[in-house]
Design a binder for this molecule. Structure first.
Ligand SMILES: Nc1ncnc2c1ncn2[C@@H]1O[C@H](COP(=O)(O)OP(=O)(O)OP(=O)(O)O)[C@@H](O)[C@H]1O
Ligand SMILES: [Mg+2]
Length: 323
């Protein structure tokens, strides 16, 4: 079997696979003492020494800095290489996501953000490198081991990806029916709790077509949370939403992070959202096929010396940068 053959792995059995989503649709790192948006200040976030741009060749040093015994890495990506045919999309990407943080993957269109997310959640297997979830290698896990890892993570895709012919309750019950042996009355209770969690209490019997775009996203979020994941992954959660629904969704993510201690990994290029929710970011770049900056987005905006990073955060367009 070639790398290419092995790329899409058992997606149909994954609790992460949405029904209408086709899978392929001395520098130190730091987070400032400032509160990350509305998110809570976490002791683990104040120990970092400084935010900075990173040349890819420097990144391994940063990983070493991040391997700090005071923080527990719940996602560990190491030297991840992704190729589609002759095209290398990501070339040796390494980073950690810490327990309890909101971690944002950003970068220009086509730089590989969604591709990276698919490797993190096991929808695809990188050509090289590993991804560990809670210390377990998802890239090589199979069978029961793989299923166990997958039940620890939830995913919200761009479309919300609900089954249109099913009520919200039926949509949210799906992963519970497939991955647990819980009795029906308990499933119904859990469904109502999850809907409550995303401010959709009482909407059990609505069809997706009967609710707004923002509500659909929140229902998708409720389904992603059905199995009480430890880590939530979201790809462009605000895409297609009006500004108010977008802000509401950001607040909901912050609330879930605060109240449940949920670790959240978000792909987005929405600047307002990045500043509102992110504790830390990594920025990918299409030309180097790797990370070009990491740290607190506010610090990167102010202090970055990398032209593309500065332009991204200050939304200038002078043709500098490739991502
Ligand atoms: N299954 C696939 N087969 C071949 N090429 C792919 C596949 N998936 C993604 N690509 C290519 O990989 C590159 C990165 O795509 P990706 O969708 O990850 O970018 P992105 O950063 O998420 O972009 P956007 O911000 O537009 O969503 C693109 O050039 C894309 O065409
Ligand atoms: Mg994308």
């Amino acid at each position: 079997m070639t790398d290419r053959d092995d790329k899409t792995k058992d997606a149909s059995r994954s609790p992460l696979t949405p029904p209408d989503e086709t899978a392929p649709d001395g520098i130190e790192e730091k987070v400032t003492d400032a509160e990350p948006g509305n998110a809570p200040k976490d002791a683990t976030h104040s120990e970092d020494p400084g935010s900075a741009d990173v040349h890819p060749s420097e990144y391994k040093k940063i990983v070493a800095v991040l391997d700090n015994p005071g923080k527990k890495a719940v996602v560990e990506a190491r030297d991840v290489v992704v190729r589609y045919g002759p095209n290398t999309i990501l070339n040796g990407v390494s980073f950690d996501v810490y327990e309890g943080e909101i971690f944002v993957i950003l970068g220009g269109s086509g730089c590989g953000k969604s591709t990276l997310l698919r490797q993190l959640i096991g929808l695809e297997t990188p050509a090289e490198g590993t991804v560990k979830i809670d210390g377990e290698d998802i890239t090589h896990a199979e069978g029961r081991d793989r299923e166990r890892i997958l039940t620890r993570i939830g995913a919200l895709f761009q479309s919300g990806a609900l089954f249109g012919s099913m009520t919200l309750a039926e949509n949210i019950a799906l992963p519970l029916r497939e991955y647990t042996n819980l009795p029906e009355d308990l499933i119904q209770t859990l469904v109502s709790l999850k809907l409550d969690l995303v401010n959709l209490a009482g909407f059990e019997n609505h069809l997706p077509s009967e609710i707004s775009g923002g509500m659909k996203k929140r229902a998708g979020l409720a389904r992603a949370l059905a199995l009480d994941p430890h880590i939530l992954f979201c790809d462009e959660p605000s895409a297609g939403l009006d500004p108010i629904s977008s802000v509401e969704l950001d607040h909901l993510l912050i609330e879930l992070n605060r109240s449940l201690g949920l670790t959240i990994v978000v792909v987005t290029h929405e600047l307002d959202s990045i500043f509102a929710i992110a504790h830390r970011v990594i920025m990918l770049d299409k030309s180097v096929k790797n990370i070009i900056a990491t740290g607190d987005p506010r610090e990167l905006k102010e202090k970055s010396t990398h032209p593309f990073v500065r332009n991204f955060f200050n939304r200038q367009s002078d043709g500098v940068g490739s991502a």
